[in-house]
Design a protein around this ligand. Structure first.
Ligand SMILES: [Zn+2]
Length: 290
């Protein structure tokens, strides 16, 4: 991690710097915060890669979570995980999630709402930090994974009973909100169950003042999946994953909104970096000031 802002930071840097941190009190600001990365071969990342006729190569997968500030109120989309706790697939910590939140100027206790796009390890860590937040997930996702947990069937899956426990705790505390279809869960922030990668995978859209963005999360790990219709190697339903990629592409084509794939390092160069030190891990995906 360097302390130099990357090129592009100056594009939004002036407006952001005047606030002294990355918080705003008006409009909508969406940030991507990178907390980890890993190296992966294309042939390991994509289902049936050989069929695409491309040479194999090693690429970086970024591990991110996203913050949505709307009129001073804070929501998160996914919560990362503690990379130091377990090596799943060779992930390397870039900045622990609590430090990333601090860099963005966010106190976990001020987070009003947390969307969990799906229950894989890299999206549901640290949930216990957000004591005051409403937790949003799809009903199908909850029933699938909690069912497996209760049946003792999590061996070999990309999640653990320990990671799922805080979600069950939120349900018992009355802080869990299920979605069954497209629903606006926070001003301007809507989620839609799409399936494929996990049974209840959600993607999110954030809209304000005619501008919008599509957070694909792991409905599309990389942008090329949407451009070419390439499924990722990990899925619970291949047909649903292909239909989901087409659905997101159609939405992007119809609206002109940018798509943010969940793990694509190209997001770091397609969107302006935050000013200063924060720019080494944080990018500004959307910034609509009232
Ligand atoms: Zn993921």
């Amino acid at each position: 991690m360097t302390t130099d802002a990357t090129p592009g930071a100056t594009e939004t840097g002036d407006a952001l710097t005047t606030t002294g941190n990355l918080r705003t009190n008006t409009g909508t600001r969406v940030l991507q915060v990178k907390y980890g990365e890993r190296q992966v071969r294309l042939s390991d990342a994509f289902h049936d890669f050989e069929a695409h006729g491309m040479p194999d190569a090693e690429v970086t997968m970024d591990y991110n979570f996203w913050t949505v500030e709307r009129d001073g109120r804070i929501a998160l989309v996914d919560t990362g995980y503690d990379v130091s706790e377990r090596d799943w697939l060779g992930e390397v910590s870039v900045l622990p999630v609590p430090a990333g939140l601090s860099l963005a100027g966010i106190d976990p206790l001020d987070v009003e709402l947390v969307v969990l796009t799906h229950f894989h390890f890299d999206h549901i860590g640290w949930v216990h930090l957000f004591e005051n937040a409403r937790i949003v997930c799809s009903r199908i996702e909850y029933e699938y994974w909690i069912g497996k947990k209760r049946a003792g069937e999590l061996a070999g899956e990309f999640t653990t009973a320990e990671l799922l426990q805080p979600i069950e705790d939120a349900a018992e505390a009355g802080r869990l909100q299920f979605v069954d279809g497209e629903e606006e869960v926070f001003p301007g922030l809507s989620v839609t169950p799409i399936g494929g990668h996990c049974p209840g995978e959600l993607f999110a859209t954030i809209v304000d003042g005619g501008q919008g963005i599509i957070l694909a999360a792991d409905a599309a790990h990389f942008g090329i999946q949407i451009e070419q219709g390439w499924p990722f190697f990990a899925y619970t339903d291949l047909d649903d994953m292909l239909a989901g990629l087409a659905q997101i592409k159609a939405l992007a084509d119809a609206t002109g909104w940018a798509v943010v794939p969940g793990h694509d390092p190209a997001v770091r160069t397609s969107f302006p970096a935050a000013p200063g030190e924060a720019g080494s891990v944080i990018n500004v995906l959307m910034d609509v000031q009232a």
